[in-house]
Design a protein around this ligand. Structure first.
Ligand code: NAP
Length: 484
């Protein structure tokens, strides 16, 4: 049955003022999954007002009570895992097993931050004089806006909202237009967990006018964004006008280094897990494969054989390894980039084009001999397409891996412990997976360096992003001894 998503403002599910809705379609079939109410500046302003009104009460709620509410959200996500995963597969396309994993990760964000809410410690500082006491308090930043992408439609909400709520902030979330119904399902858990009205709000609709409210309303104190580098830069530039806090989780262009001493079977499986999860539409997925020259040909042959055997299809089919891409423009762009590389002399080992519809399927693609200057070398492809190059020695591998403006995730496969430590330390990235293709967990800091963003989400660093430090200097009366 088609779902009808509404906005969630001030504790109630509401339509847009003008009744506007947008259709949400299944990328595997083109079928209508449901509709989502389309708010605009007026609804976004109402949501900010609701969050601002709820803020003093939520900030003053004892941490154990905030933690309890977040634990209930995690439990509800667990209970509704199958239903939310099925909706996610219908709306976003990823295979059901991956969707289940994402709902589990979302629950983890709520659970971990529920625990962390109880450990938001300040500290005392030795004073310079006997009559003073110095305290550093940690307090919630205030109303926080979260702008989330379609590729992890539940986990990105959890990664932003759970630490914000744990810290005592109230939130307004704008989900991506392709995946608002999963956002509604997550917010149903927040509602049913009994969060007070206005503590968490959801406003879908056109990005720019809603973003404009977040950027200009003085009640919004922080903007947390996950998405492209282009939009992230624009938000950061504009947030500077009122000095709002920003945390930006932006695109990557991950290098994946395979040294000749690596366990080759593990490395082949690692490349596939990293690159083809979510049909290559993952910010931390392998984007540039560098293999030590003496292992290059056999490694690529083994990898191509495995990739050719993968099944591309709808995420609802348990036999599917790789689901559809999110939409026709993304699949067409990937095809054009591959065609240009091949026209310039690249060698296609497998895949290379879109597959027959009705969905937006793309054959998993491997390329070597990619001409220099190709778009594949310059920036993330965000598709099931991987280009590979041989390297001669460790220094060359590190230099080529770092030769990019991006710095989100990098991977290396080796059995040499000293090399693993050396290379992990030399890679200019926020996340390094050593013999590990899937490094994301709720308790670890996630984020990029260079143009891949600022700030960290997840772990203790994630909640710190929603806290301000306030210094309180107490001058005491002299007291009976006269010394304070
Ligand atoms: P995007 O175009 O930047 O969009 C992301 C979100 O921002 C969407 O909800 C979008 O809404 C909204 N948006 C666009 N312009 C805006 C504006 N001016 N003001 C406010 N909001 C605005 O990115 P995408 O193509 O959907 O997502 C893929 C990108 O996200 C990739 O680059 C990927 O690497 C990155 N990503 C990064 C991480 C990470 O943690 N580092 C995780 C996942 C994805 P509209 O769609 O309506 O424009």
């Amino acid at each position: 049955m088609a779902r009808e998503g509404r906005l969630y403002i001030g504790g109630g599910w509401v339509p847009a003022h003008d009744g506007a809705v947008a259709e949400v379609r299944d990328p595997a079939t083109g079928a209508v999954v449901g509709t989502m109410a389309q708010g605009g500046p007026a609804e976004a302003t109402e949501a900010v007002a609701a969050a601002a009104a709820a803020f003093p009460g939520w900030a003053a709620t004892p941490a154990p009570a905030r933690a309890e509410a977040l634990r209930r959200v995690a439990a509800l996500l667990g209970e509704r895992r199958e239903a939310i995963a099925a909706l996610m597969t219908a709306e976003q396309g990823k295979p059901l097993a991956e969707a289940r994993g994402e709902v589990g990760l979302t629950a983890d964000y709520f659970l971990w931050n529920a625990e962390e809410a109880r450990r938001v410690y300040g500290h005392t500082i030795p004073a310079s004089t006997a009559g003073k006491r110095l305290l550093a308090l940690r307090q919630p930043v205030g109303v926080s806006a979260a702008i989330t992408p379609w590729n992890f439609p539940a986990a990105m909400i959890g990664r932003k909202i759970a630490p914000a709520l744990a810290a005592g902030c109230t939130v307004v979330c704008k989900p991506a237009p392709a995946t608002p119904l999963v956002a509604c399902a997550v917010f149903e858990c927040l509602h049913d967990a009994g969060l007070p009205a206005g503590v968490a709000n959801l406003v879908a609709g056109p990005a720019e006018p809603i973003g404009e409210v977040f950027l200009t309303d003085p009640r919004v104190r922080k903007i947390s964004f996950t998405g492209s580098v282009r939009v992230g830069k624009e938000l950061m530039r504009r947030a500077a006008a009122s000095m709002k806090r920003v945390s930006l989780e932006l695109g990557g262009h991950a290098p994946f280094l395979v040294f000749a001493d690596a366990d080759m079977e593990q490395a082949v499986a690692g490349v596939i897990a990293s690159k083809l999860r979510n049909a290559g539409q993952t910010c931390i997925c392998a984007d540039r494969l560098y293999v030590e020259a003496r292992a290059f040909e056999p490694f690529m042959a083994a990898l191509a054989e495995r990739v050719r055997g993968l099944r591309v299809g709808p995420g609802t089919d348990p036999a599917t390894d790789v689901g559809p891409m999110i939409g026709a423009p993304a699949a067409l762009r990937a095809e054009r980039v591959v065609e240009e590389a091949v026209a310039g002399g690249a060698r296609l080992l497998c895949g290379g084009s879109r597959l027959p519809g009705p969905g937006h399927f793309f054959a998993p693609t491997l390329l070597t001999d990619v001409p220099s200057g190709s778009a594949l070398e310059a920036a993330e492809i965000f598709a099931p397409v991987l280009a590979a190059w041989p390297f001669e020695h460790e220094e060359e591998a590190v230099r080529r891996a770092n030769d990019t403006p991006f710095g989100l995730a990098a991977y290396l496969y080796t059995r040499d412990l000293s090399r693993a430590v050396r290379v992990a330390e030399a890679l200019e990235y926020g996340i390094v997976g050593v013999n590990d293709p899937v490094p994301t967990v709720a308790q670890a800091p996630f984020g990029g360096v260079k143009e891949s963003g600022v700030g960290r989400e997840g772990g203790a660093e994630g909640i710190a992003g929603y806290l301000e430090t306030k210094f309180v200097s107490l001058a005491l009366d002299p007291g009976p001894s006269g010394r304070g």
